[in-house]
Design a protein around this ligand. Structure first.
Ligand code: C2E
Ligand code: MG
Ligand code: MG
Ligand code: MG
Length: 275
């Protein structure tokens, strides 16, 4: 009996494993197809505003995938597959090029943030790719900022520093994304040429209920200020959170309270509303 149970469980497990495996494989094949045929990959934009006045100063570009049968697929359901398969290098370039092209026509000119995957630091020629996207779009390099996570810093700190300095030399700024989630070390803020840090959503979600979290937010703000690094709060959903961030002196905010990510044709109201 025990043996039969174990066997059933094993079968259930292996079927589940099989399903997951097949799903990943078809996601990869479909994503490759989408990239090769240049259909279905879209860029959405989420506003980033100053905390003090609420003025929108820029947008973060976020990848979206309009799948022929699955509908709109979100990054959590394809970025990992893209990274594991290496497709992220091509996907990252597509997103950057499209976003630079879009941002080059924004009036007034606003900042553009684009996410860069760790794999893009080791595969392909990241610096020349960025230079090409800037040249082809005509976007002012001073308006572009690249968001990276701390994973890149751990793997090859000295190689990464060289690359980051070459990117900075183009006039582009570097932003540390999701700060506080991984193996964040406060010393990263000083060792790498970041102009901005994005405080992870989890801190913003918890800071009103948990004063230990508030203390961490305060400490990051104090350290960043002394290092001349701006801080963006991610995932701001309530006006109470925004109010506390204002009290604490946080520079910028991004979140559903301000706006969800929007398709390019949804930006006109925000772009037109300023200036
Ligand atoms: P991220 O770079 O930290 O982007 C912020 C994510 O938080 C976005 O999710 C955004 O829609 C979501 N968000 C913003 N405000 C709120 C809020 O108030 N509440 C909640 N619950 N969520 C909020 P999204 O677009 O699903 O992207 C998820 C992640 O996928 C991104 O996290 C980024 O790591 C990755 N990603 C997205 N686009 C790209 C891309 O073009 N390249 C690379 N390498 N990664 C990307
Ligand atoms: Mg980001
Ligand atoms: Mg983030
Ligand atoms: Mg995040």
């Amino acid at each position: 009996q025990a043996k039969a149970d174990g066997r059933d469980r094993w079968c259930a497990y292996s079927e589940e494993f099989d399903r997951t495996f097949r799903h990943r494989q078809s996601t990869e094949a479909d994503l490759r197809e989408a990239l090769l045929t240049e259909t279905g990959i879209e860029v959405y934009y989420q506003p980033i505003a100053t905390v003090s006045s609420g003025e929108v100063i820029g947008f973060e570009a976020l990848a979206r995938w309009r799948h022929p049968t699955r509908g709109m697929v979100m990054p959590d359901d394809f970025i990992q597959v893209a990274e594991a398969s290496g497709l992220i290098v091509l996907l990252g370039e597509r997103i950057l090029r499209q976003a630079c092209q879009d941002a080059a026509s924004w009036s007034p000119p606003l900042r553009l943030s684009v996410n860069v995957s760790p794999l893009q630091f080791v595969q392909g020629d990241l610096v020349n790719m960025i230079a090409g996207a800037l040249a082809d779009s005509g976007l002012d390099p001073q308006l572009l900022e690249l968001e990276m996570t701390e994973g890149v810093l751990i793997d090859d700190a000295s190689g990464t520093l060289l690359l980051l300095n070459r990117i900075r030399a183009l006039g582009v700024s570097i932003v540390l994304d999701d700060f506080g989630t991984g193996f964040s070390s406060l010393s990263y803020l000083q060792h790498f040429p970041f102009s901005k840090v994005k405080l992870d959503k989890s801190f913003i979600t918890d800071m009103l209920e948990n004063c230990d979290v508030t203390s961490i937010v305060k400490a990051v703000l104090a350290l960043s200020k002394s290092l001349n690094i701006a801080v963006v709060a991610e995932g701001v959903e309530t006006s109470a959170q925004l109010e506390l961030l204002r009290e604490l002196g946080c520079d910028q905010a991004q979140g559903y309270l301000i706006s969800r990510p929007l398709p390019i044709n949804g930006l006109s109201e925000i772009l037109g509303g300023i200036g």
